[in-house]
Design a protein around this ligand. Structure first.
Ligand SMILES: Nc1ncnc2c1ncn2[C@@H]1O[C@H](COP(=O)(O)OP(=O)(O)OP(=O)(O)O)[C@@H](O)[C@H]1O
Length: 338
């Protein structure tokens, strides 16, 4: 799979704040790329740089292997953008607004009218005389995505598209993104990691101005696998006693005890059950826990930022389907199963 967008060694500073520091990132063509990072990590800044709405201090952006600014822009993808808070001319109807947006993008006549109808239907908005003024946040978000899709872009960039939506609106939006898979490449930033787990096939975690981990979800899970057993006890008192009996890295929270382990799951389960039985403690439930993107995120962002030279030396690009991780995870505080 080749990369539609590549960022090489991008640096960006606002005043005294170094927001991006030799950021290198690759977005495979046809992927849904979940772009995550703490508040202020620089996700919007990165997306605005890709859009050409912001100037970088150093580095290169490549589209289809051609540098942005190339005098032959035919290799550049068309880009649709859904900002975090889309704004509209409220006195217009959605159709009037989309017609204006299409005309500004050079679309005309019946083709434009047809496309307006298609995108309104796609996002589930009415094509009647209702004004945008009366729209809910969710309806405005839908109109924003309709506008972003109007020109049938090859690259769609969405900045925190689901943050203002209720669960049902979020559900619809994610289903829409998933339905666009393979028709276009999508970058979307979010703090809702379960949304990323649901639709993204690639994930990049931005921290300290650099991409600290990048890969498919499966690759990240494998790299950051933090196997553990959850022991459910009857109450918090029993959980505290169980944690003491299990010792080592076991931690209690409420009625649950978390037991990280290294080695075979079955052997770890057996050791946990034996230790509990020896202490005359009966668990309500025992279950193996899989690594979530939340676990991975917390693991990645807790590590100090690597030196920029090590980032530069680690080639994230050229292996779009490969996995790269710049922060290491050591499972030192875990039960070691022989
Ligand atoms: N035009 C600007 N002028 C000055 N500082 C800016 C500007 N744009 C962004 N910043 C600063 O750059 C940093 C990164 O901001 P950015 O919006 O890119 O982060 P983000 O990861 O998108 O954050 P969030 O998740 O909170 O939306 C922040 O400290 C922000 O205040």
């Amino acid at each position: 799979m080749r990369n539609l967008v590549e960022l090489h060694d991008i640096s960006k500073r606002f005043g005294a704040k170094q927001v991006l520091d030799h950021l290198t990132m690759a977005v495979p063509e046809g992927s849904i790329y979940g772009f995550v990072g703490k508040n202020g990590a620089g996700k919007t800044t990165t997306m605005r740089l890709i859009l050409g709405l912001e100037r970088m201090d150093a580095g290169t952006i490549m589209f289809n292997d051609a540098p942005a600014g190339d005098p032959h822009p035919e290799s550049f993808p068309t880009i649709g953008y859904l900002p975090d808070v889309p704004t509209f001319y409220d006195d217009m109807t959605p159709r009037e607004y989309l017609t204006l947006a299409g005309q500004l993008a050079g679309m005309r006549g019946a083709a434009l009218a047809d496309r307006c109808q298609t995108v309104l239907k796609l996002v589930g908005l009415p094509s009647d005389r209702r004004r945008i003024r009366g729209f809910s946040r969710g309806m405005k978000q839908r109109l924003g995505i309709a506008q972003a899709l109007l020109t049938e872009p090859q690259l769609l960039i969405c900045d925190e598209p689901t943050s203002a939506l209720d669960p049902s609106g979020r559900n619809d939006f994610l289903a829409l993104l998933a339905s666009l898979r393979h028709d276009m490449t999508i970058i979307f930033s979010t703090h809702i990691l379960s949304d990323v787990e649901r639709v993204a096939d690639h994930v990049g975690i931005l921290n300290g101005g650099q991409l600290q981990a990048e890969g498919t979800l499966a690759e990240l899970r494998q790299r950051y696998a933090r196997p553990r057993i959850a022991v459910q006890m009857a109450d918090a008192l029993a959980a505290g006693q169980a944690a003491t009996a299990l010792g080592g890295p076991a931690t209690a929270a409420g009625a649950r005890v978390d037991v990280p382990y290294a080695g075979e799951a079955a052997a770890a389960m057996k050791m946990v059950m034996q230790a509990l039985a020896a202490a005359d403690l009966i668990p309500v439930a025992l279950a193996q826990q899989s690594t979530t993107l939340d676990d991975i995120f917390m693991e990645v962002v807790k590590w100090p930022t690597c030196g920029s030279s090590s980032i530069r030396n680690a080639s994230l690009l050229g292996a779009a389907t490969g996995f790269s991780c710049l922060a290491s995870f050591s499972c030192s505080s875990a039960w070691k199963v022989p």
